[in-house]
Design a protein around this ligand. Structure first.
Ligand SMILES: *Cc1c(COP(=O)(O)O)cnc(C)c1O
Length: 432
């Protein structure tokens, strides 16, 4: 093994890592290596006490007065302004609300209406074939309602397909399976050149890679609170609309929290100015309080270089992982799947299991989890193009270089011993 790939060399990198102190913000179970922060971020140390305070003091004692006294009513905008700092949005442009799926419904509806107002012959929503399913399902529902159609392509086929029948280009910036990161500025510009709008899902980018929504010329965006923002299971999500569009359409879920004057109790709906019209119902205060703690763990990196410093470490972690995999697992048949260039990769790496079926990726991941290394398994169709994947997410806020050394060590041991073949790791019949 090259000296640079020894455990001591990894420990030395941790000792020299300026971001290392950020790990103390989290409650990580001892002995566990968590490589699934791209699916569910870990619990910040501050969250339990903060949620307890909201329950006992703000709700318990303050009761309904807390909507004002504790600022509950401002949470969607206040936490939204914090997330805005991570994604290149200005204060007042982004709100926290609902789930990613619901926010996508709102912004895609608005985008379709705006595009069709420009030209009724724009009938196509363009997206990536391997986009996350909920995004495709929401788009399917909307295009059916509006007599439009959803066209799915591979990401490299998209630029050539951007013609004058396309209403909206809807992409997830970082692909959940491959980790491939799309060029938001270039694709948004290509969409605009064809007269289409560009809508971005930041589920795997907010808090993971530097994002500049305004700088990239994006039109709409949504994102997730429970992945790299560490907001907790089912945390509220967010949505952003470029200032040039925000007041052009009122979004279809016209609940009272998006009304211009919610507490006047008017009979007729009148949308609030700005991004507040993208709110629908009453904010989930406990979830928002937990999300704020999570977002604060990312903002804590600001004095240390912020998202660009986090990105640099995330790239270094990804490169180290790939080097260790090449060095130690090269003969196993597992192969890196996704971009080989760090610049085109988000904060995750996937390993494809061989198409010959010699490794059961599901069982291998179960065995890995039992040994204290948590990643996840994403089934494909088993072919070389769409393989079954072992997926590993790298959250630079709390991961150490030695964690990756140790994770690959465990993986190498499991493959060498064949211990993953034990029947207890096999997939139960009903799950496919
Ligand atoms: C995680 C994720 C979601 C999650 O949507 P929910 O509404 O929170 O279930 C949506 N889109 C993408 C691309 C995701 O990665």
């Amino acid at each position: 093994m090259p000296v640079s790939l020894t455990r001591d060399a990894c420990a030395a990198r941790d000792a020299a890592d300026p971001l290392a102190p950020l790990r103390a913000q989290f409650t990580l179970p001892p002995g566990l290596i968590y490589l699934d922060g791209n699916s569910l971020g870990v619990l910040p140390a501050a969250t339990a006490a903060r949620v307890q305070q909201v329950i006992a003091e703000e709700w318990g004692r303050g009761l309904i007065r807390s909507w004002n006294d504790a600022g509950w009513i401002d949470l969607p905008r206040r936490v939204g302004d914090k997330i805005a700092r991570l994604v290149g949005a200005r204060p007042g442009e982004l709100v926290v609300a609902d789930s990613t799926s619901v926010n996508l419904y709102k912004v895609l509806s608005a985008a379709l209406r705006i595009a069709q107002a420009g030209s009724a012959s724009r009938k196509v929503v363009l997206s990536e074939r391997s986009n996350f399913p909920t995004d495709l399902y929401i788009a399917q529902s909307l295009v059916e309602q509006q007599g439009m159609r959803l066209e799915l392509l591979d990401i490299d086929e998209i630029p050539a397909r951007l013609r004058d029948d396309v209403a909206v280009l809807m992409l997830t910036q970082v692909n959940y399976r491959t980790g491939r990161m799309a060029d938001m500025a270039a694709l948004s510009a290509q969409a605009h050149a064809a007269g289409a709008l560009a809508l971005w899902d930041l589920a795997h980018s907010a808090g993971a890679v530097p994002v500049d929504l305004n700088g990239a010329g994006a039109d709409f965006a949504v994102g997730c609170g429970y992945k790299y923002l560490n907001g907790g299971p089912g945390a509220p999500a967010f949505c952003w609309v470029h200032a040039r569009h925000v007041e052009r359409f009122r979004q279809p879920l016209s609940g009272w929290m998006g009304h211009a004057a919610p507490f006047v109790f008017q009979t007729g709906y009148e949308p609030a100015p700005g991004i507040a019209r993208y709110l629908c119902g009453t904010p989930p205060v406990l979830g928002m309080a937990a999300l704020e703690c999570g977002v604060d763990t990312v903002l804590a990196a600001e004095p240390l270089g912020g998202m660009s410093a986090l990105r640099a470490k995330s790239v270094a972690l990804g490169e180290l992982f790939l080097e260790l995999v090449r060095e130690r697992l090269g003969a196993s048949g597992l192969r890196p799947f996704g971009p080989s260039q760090a610049a085109q990769r988000g904060s995750q790496v996937s390993l494809a299991v061989p198409a010959d079926g010699s490794i059961d990726g599901y069982a291998l991941m179960q065995a890995l989890i039992e040994r204290g290394v948590i990643g996840d398994y994403r089934a494909g169709d088993g072919s070389a193009e769409h393989p079954h994947l072992l997926r590993f997410g790298f959250t630079p806020l709390y991961l150490r270089y030695v964690d990756l050394f140790d994770a690959v060590q465990v993986l190498a041991e499991l493959l060498a011993s064949g211990a993953w073949r034990d029947a207890r790791f096999a997939r139960k019949a009903a799950v496919t």
